[in-house]
Design a protein around this ligand. Structure first.
Ligand SMILES: NC(=O)c1ccc[n+]([C@@H]2O[C@H](COP(=O)([O-])OP(=O)(O)OC[C@H]3O[C@@H](n4cnc5c(N)ncnc54)[C@H](OP(=O)(O)O)[C@@H]3O)[C@@H](O)[C@H]2O)c1
Length: 249
């Protein structure tokens, strides 16, 4: 598909990978709608990119997702690319003697998994009416090799992977290609709660370049950088790759 003919909706796009992808699509002439929880932050990204639109959407507020899809269905009948990118990562330990707070237990499941499923459900009918469309689910290398310090994040991303594999099979033969974008560690604010030293983080611009090349190639699964090794290692030598990923803990 010609880039200028792409109409792209991205969740969690006021910073990090979402904003990087939004800028890359905008630079190619696509129509881009960025969404997120904070209007001011979205508008500061959009200000640099003439014509970029913003939609305030907290993907954890599932009751607001259908209304957002409806607004876009009316404004952009040709919407043909949805990128489910919004995500958070928290460090959570069950090793203490007290039960954890509900927020600690639910946040990643609500945003990374339930949010992604509800956005998928609300936006698929819009994508299906196009002759060719794509749904991109952003998972993680940690979908394949869990990070001990982030068990719920890892679980949410493993579930995103499983959901995406099954969804792709269900939509085989439809006009919608279901893509999984699998980042390695990328230098963004995602790790703001991590206390351990961050090593081997990919630069955001390098990641975005690789992701765009992967999308251009038409692959169903785009594993970038060390995410390829994590995915491969999890099948070939799961114990070894698990120790490598968690070695500095
Ligand atoms: N960076 C990495 O190393 C890495 C590795 C593997 C996978 N990923 C995945 O890549 C995606 C983007 O992460 P990132 O690295 O770019 O992190 P980031 O810089 O922290 O950006 C995350 C984005 O998600 C938004 N967001 C969070 N909660 C949201 C909600 N409830 N509704 C809507 N938007 C929400 C954030 O906006 P606000 O919080 O301002 O609302 C922000 O725009 C995530 O799915 C992440 O799991 C990242």
């Amino acid at each position: 598909m010609h880039d200028a003919a792409q109409v792209v909706f991205i969740t969690g796009a006021n910073t990090g990978i979402g904003a990087g992808l939004a800028r890359a699509f905008h630079a190619r002439g696509a129509t881009v709608i960025i969404s997120g929880r904070h209007r001011a932050a979205l508008e500061s990204v959009a200000r640099e990119c003439p014509g970029m639109e913003v939609e305030v959407l907290d993907v954890a507020k599932t009751s607001e997702i259908a209304a957002c899809a409806q607004r876009l269905a009316e404004r952009h009948r040709d919407l043909n690319l949805v990128i489910n990118n919004a995500g958070v990562q928290r460090l959570v330990s069950f090793a203490g003697n007290q039960p954890l707070a509900v927020e600690d237990l639910d946040t990643e499941i609500d945003i990374n998994l339930r949010g992604l499923i509800h956005v998928t459900n609300a936006f698929l009918p819009l994508l299906k009416r196009q002759p060719a469309a794509r749904l991109v689910q952003v998972s993680s290398a940690l979908a394949f090799v869990p990070l001990v310090a982030a068990p719920l994040y890892s679980a949410s991303k493993a579930a995103v992977h499983a959901f995406t594999v099954a969804l792709r099979e269900q939509l085989k033969g439809s006009s919608v290609q279901v893509v999984e974008l699998i980042p390695p560690a990328v230098k963004t604010d995602l790790h703001r709660n991590q206390t351990r030293r961050q090593i081997n983080q990919m630069r955001l611009e390098d990641f975005v370049g690789a992701a765009m090349r992967g999308l251009d190639s038409g692959q169903d699964e785009i594993a970038v950088g060390l995410a390829k090794a994590a995915r491969f290692g999890s099948r070939l030598a799961p114990g070894g790759i698990f120790r490598i990923v968690n070695k500095s803990e």
